[in-house]
Design a binder for this molecule. Structure first.
Ligand SMILES: Cc1cc2nc3c(=O)[nH]c(=O)nc-3n(C[C@H](O)[C@H](O)[C@H](O)COP(=O)(O)O)c2cc1C
Length: 209
């Protein structure tokens, strides 16, 4: 694979509405990892989207331009970083509602990476595992690499810089991995390879005796 893929586009969704959110900082760092691979990125800060609560009707968003914008922006990306705070041992309701307003059109077949922050020392393992299950239900490919910053207030400064290069590296690696696999799934070269693969004889070497 070439190191730089100019056509690749990723979005990062911030699952916290808090003004000084550490989740936002973590998502930004993960997106920087994707940018280092040549991807263009967009930060989707749910603070800037007026969304209804999902009522189960796909068409309910018609009266909500921000909900349509959210769908459009996610649909335009080949990969998605989901960022969440730990809220009572899982991911945030704000993020879940945003995901419930979307579906296979936005996520099906897409590569997704997960990052999280928490106030406590236990981290966001449960939140990210819960989010991983949701990703499966959205028919997304959730990459195995994930990153969590526990006790986030102790590690981030006000400008979003981390005091520990290991956290920085792990967050960036999530972005890099999403970019890498999004490229693998969507590049012309891989599409051509898959076509050959799918049209190949079941056993080109002949029957085994
Ligand atoms: C409703 C709520 C529930 C929380 N539950 C937990 C928790 O179970 N474990 C934990 O470590 N931190 C918990 N926290 C702390 C947040 O994870 C922490 O403040 C985090 O930085 C919030 O993310 P943000 O900075 O992106 O807003 C909770 C915070 C809120 C507001």
């Amino acid at each position: 694979m070439q190191e730089r893929q100019s056509h690749l586009h990723l979005v990062g969704i911030v699952g916290s509405l808090r003004s000084g959110s550490y989740t936002r900082m973590a998502v930004k760092i993960a997106l920087r990892g994707a940018e280092a691979m040549g991807a263009t990125t967009r930060l989707i800060d749910l603070r800037n989207y007026e969304l209804p609560f999902c009522d189960g009707e796909h068409a309910q968003v018609e009266g909500y331009p921000d909900a349509l914008r959210l769908r459009r922006e996610v649909a335009a990306a080949q990969g998605v970083i989901l960022g969440t705070p730990d809220y009572h041992g899982s991911f945030s309701g704000v993020l879940k509602n945003a995901l419930d307003l979307m579906g296979f059109d936005e996520f099906g077949g897409k590569v997704v990476g997960l990052v999280g922050v928490s106030g406590g020392a236990m981290g966001t393992v449960n939140a990210l595992n819960d989010l991983r299950k949701v990703g499966r239900s959205l028919h997304a490919w959730v990459v195995p690499q994930q990153a969590a910053v526990p006790q986030a207030g102790r590690h981030f400064d006000a400008d979003g810089r981390l005091d520990d290069p290991d956290y920085e590296k792990r967050l960036q690696e999530v972005g890099r991995e999403v970019a890498r696999f999004a490229y693998l799934l969507t590049s012309k070269e891989m599409q051509a390879f898959l076509e050959i693969w799918e049209n190949a004889m079941p056993n080109p070497g002949g029957e085994h005796r």
